[in-house]
Design a protein around this ligand. Structure first.
Ligand SMILES: *Cc1c(COP(=O)(O)O)cnc(C)c1O
Length: 371
C-alpha cells in the first residue's frame, strides 16, 4: 500500500462563507421551506437562464417529479441511456412505466441518437438524456427527434450544471432539466436537487408534487379563508430545507470558477495522457464541458483499478449499465441489450476530478494509471 494521502475521485469544497450562510439560516425563523428555497431556485434560474426552478431533496426526487409532471404512467415507455446512474431509470419505474434502454456512442458514452430513434414506439412518452461526465448530449438531434415524434425531452444534467451546448446553458436545452446537489456533484446542499423548466404548468405540477400534491393557490386561499388548501393529487414529501438552500446559494456563487478549475484539471490530464495509446479520451466539440467526471478507457481495467487503489487513488467506475443490475435482470432485461455500453463498462475508469486537485496530484494519478 502507498503512504501517499488518499485522493478521492470527487469531493465537496466548503469555505467559511458557506458555513456562515448555514449558520445564518439556523439562526433565522425558518428551518424547512422558507425564503431561501425561493432564493436558491431564482439563483439557479438566473445562472442557467431557465424560467422556473423547483428545488427538492435529491436529484432522484427531481427526476421523479419530472416524470410525474409529464404524466408518465403505466403503459408508457421512457427511453433512457444504459450508461447512467440507476436513478435515471428508477424514476420511470416509480411512475409504473417502462424504461427502454438506448445504447451509447462508443466515443462519447452519450446516448446514441440512432439507438433512441430505433427504440421509439407508439408508447414512448419521453426521452431522458444524460449529459454523461458533464459533456452535453447532441441536443439539436434530440430536440428534432422529440419534436418529430411529439415526445417530451428531459435532461438528466446531474453531471452538467454549468455546462453549455452551442452557447446555450445546460438547463435550457430540454423540456425539463434535472440537477443534483449531492456532495460529489459540482455544488452541494448535502442532499438536494432541482428541476428547471420554461413551462409554467410543468413547474406548478412539480411544485405540488414535492409537497404531498397539495396546491396552495393564494387567490383561492383568500376566497376560502387562510386555512384552506386542497390535495389534488398523490404527491410526496420531497421538500428541501431552508438550511440546505442557504448552502446552495452560497455554493452556486462559486460555480463558474469551479467549472473553470475542472476544465483546467481536465487540461492537465489531456496533455499528460495524449501520447498513451492505451487510453482514449471522450470529448465533443461545440460544448462547455462541466467535467463532473474525467473518464478514460483502458484495456486491462480491473488490474489498473487495483493498482491505482493500492496507490491510494480513489478511482471509480461510472457506470455498470443499469439493466445489468440484479433488480433489472429480474424485470427481464437481458445481457447484450446495449453492446456499446457493455463494452465500455469493461474498460472505463473515472480518475479523480474535483476543484481541490493540484497539478502534482494529476501527475501522481497519471503515473499510477500508466503503470
Ligand atoms: C447523482 C445522480 C442522480 C441522482 O442524484 P441524487 O441527488 O443523488 O438523488 C441521478 N442521475 C445521475 C446521472 C446522477 O449522477
Amino acid at each position: 500500500m502507498s503512504n501517499a494521502p488518499f485522493l478521492p475521485y470527487g469531493r465537496q469544497i466548503l469555505a467559511e462563507d458557506d458555513i456562515q450562510a448555514v449558520v445564518d439560516a439556523l439562526k433565522s425563523d425558518w428551518l424547512t421551506t422558507g425564503p431561501r428555497v425561493g432564493l436558491f431556485e431564482k439563483a439557479v434560474c438566473d445562472h442557467t437562464g431557465a424560467k422556473h426552478g423547483v428545488a427538492v431533496n435529491s436529484g432522484t426526487a427531481a427526476l421523479h417529479a419530472a416524470m410525474y409532471a409529464l404524466n408518465v404512467s403505466k403503459g408508457d415507455e421512457v427511453i433512457v441511456p444504459a450508461m447512467t446512474f440507476a436513478a435515471t431509470a428508477n424514476s420511470v419505474l416509480y411512475c409504473g412505466a417502462t424504461p427502454v434502454f438506448a445504447d451509447v456512442s462508443l466515443d462519447t458514452l452519450l446516448i446514441d441518437i440512432e439507438s433512441v430513434e430505433t427504440n421509439i414506439t407508439a408508447k414512448t412518452k419521453a426521452i431522458i438524456a444524460v449529459d454523461y461526465a458533464g459533456q452535453p448530449c447532441d441536443w439539436d438531434a434530440l430536440r428534432s427527434l422529440a419534436a418529430k415524434h411529439n415526445i417530451a425531452l428531459v435532461a438528466d444534467a446531474c453531471h452538467a450544471i454549468g455546462g453549455a451546448y452551442k452557447g446555450a446553458s445546460v438547463g435550457t436545452l430540454a423540456d425539463i432539466t434535472v440537477f443534483s446537489f449531492h456532495p460529489v456533484k459540482h455544488i452541494t446542499t448535502g442532499e438536494g436537487g432541482m428541476a428547471v423548466t420554461d413551462d409554467e404548468l410543468l413547474a406548478s405540477k412539480m411544485r405540488a408534487f414535492r409537497s404531498h400534491g397539495i396546491t396552495t393557490d393564494a387567490h383561492q386561499r383568500e376566497k376560502e379563508g387562510a386555512w384552506f388548501y386542497e390535495m389534488t393529487d398523490l404527491g410526496f414529501n420531497y421538500r428541501i430545507t431552508d438550511v440546505q438552500c442557504a448552502l446552495g446559494v452560497s455554493q452556486l456563487a462559486k460555480l463558474d470558477d469551479w467549472i473553470a478549475k475542472r476544465n483546467e484539471v481536465a487540461g492537465w490530464y489531456d496533455s499528460k495522457l495524449n501520447s498513451s495509446s492505451a487510453i482514449s479520451l471522450h470529448k465533443a466539440e461545440n460544448v462547455r464541458h462541466a467535467y463532473h467526471l474525467y473518464v478514460v478507457r483502458v484495456d486491462d481495467r480491473d488490474a489498473v483499478f487495483q493498482r491505482m487503489r493500492a496507490d491510494n487513488i480513489g478511482v471509480n467506475v461510472h457506470y455498470i449499465p443499469v439493466y445489468l443490475h440484479p433488480y433489472y435482470q429480474k424485470l427481464g432485461y437481458e445481457k447484450g441489450l446495449c453492446p456499446n455500453a457493455e463494452k465500455a463498462y469493461e474498460q472505463i475508469i473515472s480518475l479523480p476530478m474535483w476543484v481541490g486537485l493540484e497539478e502534482a496530484d494529476v501527475d501522481r494519478v497519471v503515473t499510477s494509471l500508466v503503470g
